[in-house]
Design a protein around this ligand. Structure first.
Ligand SMILES: [Zn+2]
Ligand SMILES: [Zn+2]
Length: 337
């Protein structure tokens, strides 16, 4: 099978031909149809996340069909469509797992980080961490739901009843969450990269009531802000933009250093917090919600072997919506081991 392999951080992914992977006891083998590209993949490739297995096949927003079953697999049948998210395995025993917080598991392993992911024609996943994909979604449109959607939604829930919400960084996650927010009658203010008029237009098109640069003042106080961009400078900006009692959520796994700021911008019971990973319950709830709104994802597709180009486009801010690798693998009948 064809795969895109990271041999060492700071190097482009390499096209490699690998043997067809064989599932372990509780794993399914998956013929990958689509894998969305996430900023976290960029952080891994750019060496900003320090514990990848190497060599590594990145990619953690995988949609495909079950193509092989481990001996103890009971939840899925051959040919069923499944999604694989970032959370790839948890221990079930640590204090976090035992208290319903498996997103914080001390021993967690993550897809496309410690487990080979979906930038490949085939992959393996523990059946307990896969999700059925809602029927209404084509493969390409479903893929971004699996991280941009899921983890974005976890961040979104942390802002409670906030009516006026600022999104800092209007990429894959924000373009999904604005649809949830509008469905619930809330107002979204979009802060893009400075001068990104294309991104601002995209946000307004999706129903943001205001879009601008992060150093511009929004026309109203915000009740909450979610920072998706990996830029620590945005933390004081967002704290300045939220009203008393407001909350600022940092939704990314990596961020540049946060500059020091005066206590007065945190004063007034403003809160600052991060959000980490997802639980399986987050996934089940979000994948039920998405078709009920329904959420539409805007995708820009790349062939598997253009994964480096997709990463570069994401890095430069050229993607409006989500980049997705469209993977046309060989059919099971014609595959060669
Ligand atoms: Zn655990
Ligand atoms: Zn992700």
């Amino acid at each position: 099978m064809l795969a895109m392999m990271l041999e060492a951080p700071h190097h482009p992914l390499k096209v490699v031909e690998l043997p067809h992977p064989r599932p372990g006891l509780t794993q399914v083998a998956i013929r990958v149809h689509a894998c969305a590209v996430c900023r976290t993949d960029l952080h891994v490739v750019d060496g900003e996340l320090m514990q990848p297995k190497l060599p590594l096949i990145p990619g953690h927003q995988i949609v495909g069909t079950v193509d092989g079953l481990g001996q103890q697999v009971t939840r899925y049948k051959l040919g069923e469509r499944v999604g694989v998210p970032w959370l790839g395995w948890t221990c079930g025993e640590c204090r976090y797992c035992r208290s319903g917080r498996e997103n914080l598991c001390d021993n967690a392993r993550f897809t496309g980080y410690q487990i080979d992911g979906g930038f490949a024609e085939y992959t393996l996943a523990d059946e307990r961490f896969c999700f059925p994909i809602p029927e209404d979604y084509p493969d390409l449109q479903a893929a971004p739901l699996l991280c941009a959607g899921l983890i974005g939604f976890r961040a979104y829930r942390l802002i409670g009843e906030a009516e006026r919400i600022g999104f800092y960084g209007f990429g894959a996650a924000a373009h999904i969450l604005i649809q949830v927010a509008r469905h619930e009658g809330r107002q979204v203010y979009a802060f893009t990269r400075p001068g990104d008029s294309g991104g601002q237009k995209f946000a307004l098109h999706l129903g943001a009531i205001w879009a601008g640069d992060p150093d511009q003042a929004a026309p109203d106080w915000l009740d909450a802000a979610i920072i998706f961009a990996p830029t620590g400078d945005l933390v004081p900006s967002a704290l300045r933009a939220v009203a008393k009692g407001g909350i600022v959520v940092c939704a990314g796994i990596h961020m540049s250093d946060i500059p020091s700021f005066p206590y007065e911008i945190l004063w007034g019971e403003r809160q600052l917090r991060s959000v980490a990973n997802l639980t399986r319950q987050d996934g089940e709830e979000f994948l039920k919600l998405a078709p009920s709104i329904p959420i539409h994802t805007a995708v820009e597709t790349f062939p598997l072997t253009a994964a480096n180009e997709a990463l570069a486009a994401l890095r430069s801010g050229a993607i409006h919506g989500s980049a997705v690798l469209e993977i046309r693998s060989k059919t099971p009948d014609s595959r060669q081991e």
